[in-house]
Design a protein around this ligand. Structure first.
Ligand code: SF4
Length: 88
């Protein structure tokens, strides 16, 4: 999956009342590149902003999209940890 396909997939994911993809295209391009690189390296679209510890449990926590609405950055900044998704 290339960056544009991944962006389209996440745009479909944001068909809801709560959040959108960040409108900053440069920023999301950086994040999408990280996701693509992680998928090439590890076989999973792992969050590019947080560290793996080599365990499958940690990898499951890092699969994008994660449970970003439970994160402090969602409550305080209105965005997921990486800023890929932002509140509407
Ligand atoms: S913090 Fe954002 S980019 Fe990272 S896994 Fe969660 S939703 Fe994806």
């Amino acid at each position: 999956m290339n960056k544009e396909e991944l962006k389209q997939a996440f745009e479909r994911f944001t068909d809801n009342n709560d959040f959108n993809l960040n409108p900053d295209r440069e920023h999301i391009g950086f994040i999408l590149n990280g996701l693509i690189e992680n998928e090439k390296k590890f076989g999973l679209k792992l969050c590019p902003c947080r560290l793996r510890d080599g365990t499958i449990e940690r990898d499951f926590e890092l699969i994008c999209p994660c449970n970003f609405k439970t994160q402090e950055t969602w409550k305080t900044k209105g965005m997921c940890w990486c800023g890929l998704f932002v509140k509407k």
